[in-house]
Design a protein around this ligand. Structure first.
Ligand code: ADP
Length: 459
């Protein structure tokens, strides 16, 4: 009885053990299954993750490239293998029909090129041509390997294709792969957009640079020609003036002596006429001398000595020089200047500027008028202005009065004598100082000439 009890207890224990073993076996199977599932999930995640990493690396190493060769050159055999294929072919449908092939023989490349050139419409319509498409099947039959083709589009126009062949892991092509292949082709298309844009900008820039270079060359030639003409003119004026000066000096000398009755008394009529001759010879001498000065300044032959001087003292002296003339015409000359203002100038040349402008102001202002000379300081410049309330100058004449021999032909002023050289010399002198001169004038209201001079710092 005791034995039977023991046996049945052992049986029970054995059964329980069997059950536990079964449970353990089930759990072990479950663990194994979970492990396999995890591995599968891992593989599924690893695939897209690797592809994404690869795309990210490719984009960051090519985003700055602005050359098609470099860009497609980056799709090398390492890249294609990491992408999961053995071979690849890119073709661009531009005038050169260039190909970038990895792993293909040249006759295979030629076959694909010719075959797909006839399938442009199909490529235009599809996102990707799958291995089971007619086109891929034809190519695969020839290459004896599975292929996948995607169009490359530039500004939404078909500009080439990207073909991959020979799947390394011969499973079916995963969705994530199709997605990244599509993104890659999209990206290549965008890169081509940027390259086109860059080439356009570059070409425009080159065009512009060429145009600027040509224009600069033309301008330099024109300038050379103008300088040569101007020099010829200056030389001509200079030599003519020179040639005229000697006989004129002699005419002036003898006529002055004759008029001064150094060779005997003259009849009154002869004396009056001789005095006219002296007067006109003086004018001629003046013209010849001014012409000589203009040509000497133009040719750089005149010695110009620009050093600090007080401009106010000079203005006061010139105004005083004209006092008898202004009084006889009943014209008031007013000064509005600081006590002193030191500027850089060639004193005797600027004196001639002031004399010529003031002389004109007196000539072209009717009796009873007013002249005002101002000298003001503005930043690093002194601005000297001589304003009159005379006849004024018409707008169309204002730009011409600085030309040699130009005189305004107005009813009121045409009788006023002059050579038309005064302002021409003034302009040359101011230019030689590298300063500016300008005129503001209104008919019957008056004229203001202003010019600048460089102030002496702390002067
Ligand atoms: P001109 O010897 O005739 O004075 P300029 O070269 O000094 O020669 O001046 C050229 C012309 O500019 C003058 O003939 C005159 O018509 C005009 N002009 C110059 N200054 C004045 C002024 N202050 N008012 C009116 N006209 C002027």
């Amino acid at each position: 009885m005791g034995k039977l009890k023991i046996i049945s207890k052992l049986k029970e224990e054995n059964e329980a053990l069997g059950n536990s073993l079964q449970k353990l076996d089930q759990q072990a199977k479950l663990i194994l299954k979970n492990d396999m599932d995890i591995k599968l999930y891992q593989q599924e995640i690893e695939g897209p993750n690797n592809n994404l990493q690869l795309l990210r690396k490719f984009i960051s190493s090519t985003a700055h490239l602005l050359d098609k060769e470099y860009l497609f050159g980056k799709i090398n055999s390492d890249f294609i293998q990491e992408f999961g294929f053995e071979k690849s072919l890119i073709l661009t449908f531009d005038s050169l029909e260039k190909t970038w092939a990895i792993g293909f023989k040249s006759e295979e490349t030629d076959f694909i090129k010719i075959f797909l050139s006839g399938k442009k419409q199909l490529l235009k319509e599809k996102k990707i041509l799958m291995p089971d498409s007619e086109a891929c099947k034809t190519i695969s039959a020839r290459l004896k390997t599975k292929t996948l083709i995607a169009p490359i589009k530039n500004k939404n126009r078909l500009c080439g294709f990207f073909l991959v062949a020979g799947i390394i892991e011969s499973e079916s092509i995963k969705d994530y792969f199709l997605e990244s292949f599509f993104i890659l082709c999209l990206y290549l298309g965008k890169c081509l957009d940027s390259i086109d844009l860059f080439e356009q900008v570059y070409r425009t820039k080159e065009d512009l640079e060429n145009k600027i270079r040509n224009r600069t060359r033309e301008l330099a030639l024109s300038l050379q020609r103008l300088e040569a003409i101007s020099k010829a003119k200056s030389d001509f004026i200079s030599s003519v003036s020179h040639e005229l000066r000697t006989p004129l000096t002699s005419v002036k000398g003898f006529s002055s002596l004759l008029a001064g009755e150094r060779f005997g008394k003259l009849p009154n009529e002869a004396k009056i006429r001789l005095n006219k001759v002296v007067e006109n010879v003086d004018k001629l001498m003046d013209i010849v001398n001014t012409l000589l000065d203009i040509s000497r300044i133009e040719s750089g032959k005149m010695e110009i000595n620009i050093i600090p001087h007080d401009t106010v003292t000079l203005i006061k002296n010139v105004a005083a020089f004209f006092e008898p003339q202004s009084q006889s015409k009943n014209i008031e000359i007013k000064l509005n200047t600081p006590e002193s203002l030191s500027v850089y100038m060639d004193k005797s040349l600027i004196e001639r500027v002031l004399i010529n402008i003031l002389n004109n102001a007196l000539k072209f202002t009717p009796p009873g008028g007013k002249i005002k000379i101002t000298c003001q300081s503005k930043e690093e410049k002194a601005i000297i202005s001589i304003a009159d309330n005379g006849y004024g100058i018409k707008d169309e004449d204002q730009e011409k009065i600085f030309q040699e021999f130009y005189r305004v032909k107005d009813m009121e002023t045409k009788a006023i004598k002059g050579s038309g050289l005064g302002l021409s010399l003034v302009k040359r002198i101011i230019d030689s100082h590298k300063e500016k001169i300008w005129v503001h004038s209104e008919i019957n209201k008056g004229t203001t000439f202003s010019f600048t001079l460089q102030k002496v710092k702390n002067g």
